[in-house]
Design a protein around this ligand. Sequence first.
Ligand code: CUA
Length: 267
Amino acid sequence: MIEKHAVSIEKKIITIALIISGGHLLLIAYSAYSLEIDVPGCEKEVKPFDRGSFTKQGEKRYEAHILAKMWSFEPNKISLPLGSVLDLYLTSNDVTHGLHLSYTNTNLTAVPFVVNDAQVKFTPPGTYPMICHEYCGSGHHQMSGVIEVRGDITEGSAEGLPQIEAPPTAGAPVAALPGQKLLQEKGCIACHSETGAQGVGPTFKGLYGRREEMADGSIVTVDDDYLRESILEPQKRVVKGFNPVMPKLPLSEPEVNQMIDYIKTLK
Ligand code: CUA
């Protein structure tokens, strides 16, 4: 009798527990889909980053990687056109920080090696302060930034980002070599391209080490000696298919070497 009673109480408890947890799940689904409250989560697909960034993803769609560090946010000011949607990714590269975005539901924790994210749609224009809400040291109280939503701009922008050196473009890393300057000054590149483009003379790109057929049918592998000869005695051995029109230039020995050194780099 007592046993039977105990079983029925247990059943009741289980039923109530199921109702409560089911209710919670429904509430989460309701807030996520009907109220459009973004439920922050740990973003697995985004690799932890070590510098902030701000990119346009589409019309009024932006993405900000915000790096929290002692004691600032990177970027620290974001300007958005009215109605923009911002995907916000947050991490830290030192201690734990927080990011509370005033007047929104956004409240994230910045943890090293972890990226947290939220999506915010900005409708009313105004200034939305970003505030660090985790005590992070002596500068904690001044760690803040701002998101500014304006009706008078059409493009978003960000301030306080690190200066990124332009990625080296083809040919650029060797710009510092004196040989390149010489080839420009002496007018060589008017006929010999550095890019592989067809010209009056053979292109410098990939020239070094190339096997070239000469006008007389002989084969030459382009090396220092051949380049030197071609610069100093242009008509001596001309690559087949090209006219012997290159003038002799008065060049010093170091100048010739600089030119050869530079041509070697144009692979
Ligand atoms: Cu960062 Cu407090």
